[in-house]
Write a protein that binds this ligand. Structure first.
Ligand code: GCW
Length: 724
């Protein structure tokens, strides 16, 4: 009796001690490095007991590097959350087993009545059941990678403090290729990167593999992403040379156990630059031979290489049009080289031509739509979500729904090139959700972008999604705590494009910041407000591309002197004494007609176009009566002003969360929200000051006028910004 009591007291001490160690650690270690993989102690004693009852031992059937990675995730995560080591055992215990493996490797698992045939290669099952009459939670799938995904999912479940009793999850990715795109240059700068240098330390590779690579792979795989494009689409051919292939092979080795394939941006003129040829003409036999040889060399070094992403004939990049050929010729030539090895080409549709005066948002459609059905089956056309360029809000790209016989990749941007860089809090989940849910009407109602991308609408051979990542060498990876959420939500929606932004914000907050219910609600509220706030203070009512020249930081609606018309903010807002906005109806560029009906008419009609896209499609008189009854001018001013007050409200909500967040991250977010509030005010004031000189209308009586003159706003500049 006494012995039991002493033992109990000792156990309590050990447990409390380990909790204390964990919380002391978190007092100094909450610098954001651990992302959403923190696995902090479960405070709720009842829930902790239930977890412990469910998981007393781990059994792993197999010993591949992938399964070992899964087991390590579970062992570390469970120790962190439960405050005790969960033993790894060979055989099922009486009760409380966590059993990992595939039906191929485990007779026990093969004997279970589970829907393996519906899982493909990557889908997983987590189910509480009995194995040989012993209470067990099984994590399984047809491959070890699927088991790894399931392991991360179980941890996510526990990190969000959900019960495991009766757990029953079957989850299959809806998109095949789920790829991060790094715009990382070989000299370690990052185009549109605001979080330090590139994490790829090319100089030290292949000998030295920074521990960050493994952490990166863990985070990436935890979301179910399965590919990474290592280098900028404004590509340098050096990555295709033997010296770099060896370095990439070393990275690929780190990523392989985590199910992540590597991809390259291939520079179209590489046959000239590193191949010694005098042409890169895709129809030249020498060029074709060169690429075939190069691809074979790549696969020798990296047998599971994913393929190429190509930016051609866009913003000065070389491409097939330099030789009088087409995007189709270029893409099919590269596809042919990759085909024998199972590789794919993602040919970007972000093209606009210096000699073409057509409305820029129509050009990709004009260039690609005629090739529908003519591209090789291992080519995918990679289009940004909108037809312009990752603006705070754009309508969907008209190519979605216009290429029924073509593989398509949706490209989203996580790095906030046009949404306040690393400092403005803008959770992009609502934007991604808006894009994915938009109905293209390509096959009548119910033809959402998600269905185009996941293949359920047109049944293409390949389905893919790509996201331009926002990370760098900063300790917290993404330059600010909340930017991590954009990596998170991209990854989760890449797995399942029907997931909701609010649910993903909740999941992320619980794992990354706090599990306190009230605090979670408040933080999710901030996140869900944030993107719309940015739209309001930067580009309300369908305005776009009003950012200052080159770096895109801060307002520049007055800029009209850049090398090309369509780089100028004035080209996009078209404000004059009559009104503001870009006429994209039949009386203007007619870009609205590129959409399927009834979308085309809805956009083209000023009465039915959503007000948040009004000025994208219409040139609207300043005195036009909006649905609220106010004039367009008054509404515009109010939208800018509202954007600022949204940030003020977000700051106030955040200020109340101090008790729930570690000091380091609380202070960082507080400081950045202050910066955001100031910059939102700047955006609002400068934009109103400028447009008022054109509208020549008074501000509504209750609105505060900008404190400075337009000339003073024009003088503000930022000569030393990074990332471009
Ligand atoms: O968003 C724009 C950026 C460029 C980028 C380009 C692209 C990589 O301003 O920096 O180049 O798009 O997507 O190719």
């Amino acid at each position: 009796m006494r012995v039991t009591m002493i033992l109990r007291a000792w156990l309590v001490l050990v447990f409390v001690g380990s909790l204390q160690i964990a919380s002391v650690q978190s007092a100094w270690a909450e610098d954001g490095y651990a992302l959403w993989l923190r696995a902090t102690p479960v405070q709720d004693a009842g829930l902790r007991r239930a977890y412990v009852k469910n998981i007393k031992a781990i059994v792993v059937e197999g010993n591949s590097p992938t399964l070992l990675a899964a087991q390590k995730e579970l062992s570390d995560g469970l120790a962190g959350m439960l405050g005790r080591d969960i033993p790894l055992v060979q055989d099922l215990r009486r009760n409380g087993n966590l059993l990992l493996g595939t039906p191929g490797a485990s007779e026990d698992i093969a004997g279970l009545d589970l829907p393996f045939e519906s899982l493909g290669d990557e889908g997983y099952i987590i189910r509480a059941l009995k194995v040989r009459n012993k209470r067990t939670i099984v994590i399984t799938g047809n491959t070890d990678t699927a088991v790894l995904y399931g392991s991360f999912a179980l941890l996510r479940h526990m990190q969000t403090r959900t019960s495991l009793t009766d757990i029953d999850i079957v989850s299959v990715p809806k998109i095949q290729n789920r790829i991060l795109n790094h715009w990382d240059n070989m000299n370690q700068t990052v185009e549109r990167g605001y979080a330090g240098e590139s994490i790829w330390d090319w100089h030290k590779l292949p000998e030295y593999k920074n521990a960050r690579y493994t952490m990166y792979a863990r985070a990436t795989a935890s979301l179910g992403l399965n590919g990474t494009l290592l280098n900028n689409v404004n590509a340098n051919a050096a990555i295709l040379t033997p010296v770099y292939l060896e370095k990439v092979a070393a990275l690929a080795e780190v990523f392989r156990p985590y199910g992540i394939k590597v991809y390259f941006s291939a520079r179209f003129s590489a046959p000239i630059e590193i191949g010694g040829l005098d042409t890169a003409d895709p129809l030249s036999a020498d060029v074709q031979k060169w690429w075939a040889g190069k691809v074979a060399e790549i696969y020798k070094a990296i047998p599971d290489f994913g393929g190429f992403v190509v930016k051609a004939n866009s913003e000065g990049q070389p491409g097939p049009q330099d030789y009088g050929r087409t995007h189709k010729d270029g893409a099919n030539m590269m596809a042919q080289a990759l085909k024998p090895h199972g590789g794919i080409v993602m040919w970007r549709a972000f093209v606009y031509d210096a000699d073409n005066n057509e409305d820029r948002v129509k050009q990709a459609y004009t260039e690609f739509q005629p090739y529908d059905g003519l591209l090789a089956d291992n080519v995918s056309v990679q289009a940004k979500n909108g037809p312009l360029d990752f603006q705070p809000r754009e309508p969907i790209h008209p190519l979605f729904g216009a290429l029924p016989k073509t593989n398509m990749t949706l490209e989203l941007q996580m790095t906030k090139e046009y949404l306040g860089f690393d400092t403005h809090l803008a959770y992009l989940g609502p934007m991604y959700e808006e894009v994915l849910k938009t109905d293209t009407f390509a096959k009548g109602e119910g033809s959402s972008v998600a269905k185009v991308i996941d293949g359920s609408l047109f049944s293409p051979k390949l389905t893919s999604i790509a996201g331009v990542l926002n990370i760098g060498s900063d300790r917290n990876w993404s330059g600010s705590t909340f930017n991590q959420a954009n990596w998170y939500v991209f990854g989760r929606m890449a797995w399942d494009p029907y997931l909701g932004a609010e649910d993903m914000a909740t999941e992320w907050t619980r794992q990354t910041l706090t599990n306190d219910d009230k605090a979670v609600k408040a933080i999710v509220k901030i996140m869900m407000m944030s993107r719309e706030a940015v739209v309001d203070y930067m580009t309300p009512l369908g305005l776009a591309h009003q950012m200052d020249t080159g770096h895109h930081h801060g307002p520049g609606p007055w800029v009209d002197n850049l090398g090309r018309d369509d780089w100028n903010p004035t080209y996009y807002h078209r404000a004059d004494e009559v009104g503001i906005g870009f006429d994209r109806t039949a009386s203007g560029s007619n870009a609205a007609s590129l959409y399927h009906e009834p979308l085309a008419s809805q956009y083209a009609n000023i009465e039915t176009v959503p007000e948040n896209m009004l000025l994208w499609f219409h040139h609207v008189p300043w005195d036009y009566k909006m649905k609220s009854g106010e004039t367009l001018w008054d509404t515009l001013v109010r939208e800018y002003t509202h954007g600022v007050s949204e940030i003020t409200e977000m700051r106030a909500i955040w200020a109340k969360q101090e008790a729930y967040i570690d000091a380091e991250r609380f202070a960082e977010v507080s400081a950045l929200l202050l910066k955001q509030e100031r910059e939102a005010q700047w955006w609002r004031d400068a934009s109103i000051a400028y447009f008022q000189t054109i509208s020549k209308r008074p501000l509504p009586a209750d609105v505060t006028p900008p404190p400075l003159s337009l000339e003073e706003y024009k003088k503000i500049n930022w000569p030393h910004l990074i990332g471009y």
